[in-house]
Design a protein around this ligand. Structure first.
Ligand code: IMP
Ligand code: MG
Length: 189
């Protein structure tokens, strides 16, 4: 069994995103905003969060890789897909699924700051507690979670489980099999 338990339910996630979306709507009223999802994980968060923002936002994606299949961060970040547009002088918001070691963000913040956006903010659905990381200001925070490997709602283990509608804790002691993936979906019933 791969999914040990549901940590954050679908309803809890949607309620939190509605709150975050309302705050973003208030803060960016009358301004232009480009929301940048960090692939692959953030595709689900960006899709739902953007629909809670009642402003004509633009969206773009960047793909970076910091994990190479396992459950531990390697610290090596590579750009796999860059933004489609220039960000100089624009208000941009990085949208992340989860902040763990912060390696990915540290790299992204540095890389994007060089391009001189007018403002840069950060929205993250999940923030792992008890992890030593560089200090960032996170303007729009979802949930603080324990330092465990989680899956679902965009987060994968070996590319699976991203489409679970909830965030679950993975049982890292067992090995993956197609049956385990099926079990994860049964949990929502
Ligand atoms: P960081 O660079 O260590 O902060 O990790 C950022 C990226 O690692 C996230 O965008 C995720 O793709 C991945 N990641 C970190 N923790 C988890 C987890 O618990 N489950 C699945 N992916 C994770
Ligand atoms: Mg990710």
């Amino acid at each position: 069994m791969k999914v040990a338990k549901i940590l954050i339910s679908e309803d809890e996630i949607q309620a939190k995103l509605a709150e975050m979306g309302a705050a973003i709507t208030k803060d960016y009223e009358g301004k232009d905003l480009l929301m940048i999802g960090i692939l692959k994980g953030a595709f689900v968060v960006l899709a739902d969060l953007a629909r809670h923002v009642r402003l004509p936002v633009e969206t773009d994606f960047m793909a970076v890789s910091s994990y190479h299949g396992g459950t531990h961060s390697s610290g090596v970040v590579r750009i796999l897909k860059d933004l489609d547009q220039e960000i100089e002088g624009r208000n941009i918001m990085i949208v992340e699924d989860i902040i763990d070691t912060g390696h990915t963000l540290k790299y992204l913040l540095r890389t994007l700051a060089v391009r001189k956006p007018a403002t840069l903010s950060l929205a993250a659905l999940l923030i792992k507690d008890d992890v030593e990381r560089p200090d960032f200001d996170i303007q729009y925070e979802g949930f603080h979670i324990p330092n465990e490997f989680v899956i679902g709602y965009g987060l994968d283990y070996n590319e699976q489980y991203r489409n679970l509608p909830y965030v679950g804790v993975m049982d890292t002691n067992s090995t993956s099999s197609p049956t385990d993936v099926q079990e994860g979906f049964k949990l929502v019933d």
